[in-house]
Design a protein around this ligand. Sequence first.
Ligand code: FMN
Length: 188
Amino acid sequence: MRALFNFNFRRMYATYPRLAVVATAYDGERKTALSLVWHTPLSFDPPVYSVSVAPKRFSHDVILRARTFAVHFFPYERAKIVELIGSTSGREVDKFKEFGIKHFMSNLQNPVIEGAYLVLDCEYLDHRLVGDHTLIWGEVKTVYYDPERVELGEDGGLRLRNISPTLYVGDGIYATVSGESLERLRKS
Ligand SMILES: Cc1cc2nc3c(=O)[nH]c(=O)nc-3n(C[C@H](O)[C@H](O)[C@H](O)COP(=O)(O)O)c2cc1C
């Protein structure tokens, strides 16, 4: 192993691939959508999900004003919408109008974009600036899912049925996981 001390974390694509998602919000005036690879669950009970958003993003202030946000997981066939949303800013265009993004409003008044297999409708809990990004976390109040792709188990858990998540590799390159690449390593 070699040690590297002067690295460019912005381009640290060696830590990728990561699941690419889209977060949306509505502050009463503007609807916003941005793509994210920096996002993670933080708690099972209560269910808490977090997104890491750079303050310079148009969506940053909209989410903080709205105090709600929805996190969308798209199948790989819809990867282009993730790239489109993640390469244009709401400062220049209204992405919903410009790209004709079909959606409905969730229980918490977040745009829910058609074609996602899973959407976490989150109510803001708190945020904290971490270097050049703001970690924003919220309680998942409602989960919207596509029963064609996601299965609701008897335990109330949700599992992917047809696995084709959208992964981001970096440099505008996307990938997915194929069934052949799955292997059970756990004995029981
Ligand atoms: C695949 C992908 C992942 C991204 N991940 C993040 C992220 O985790 N955090 C972030 O602040 N921006 C991320 N971005 C950049 C924003 O999505 C992008 O700057 C977007 O245009 C912001 O839109 P807005 O200005 O309307 O909010 C990502 C972009 C792409 C394409």
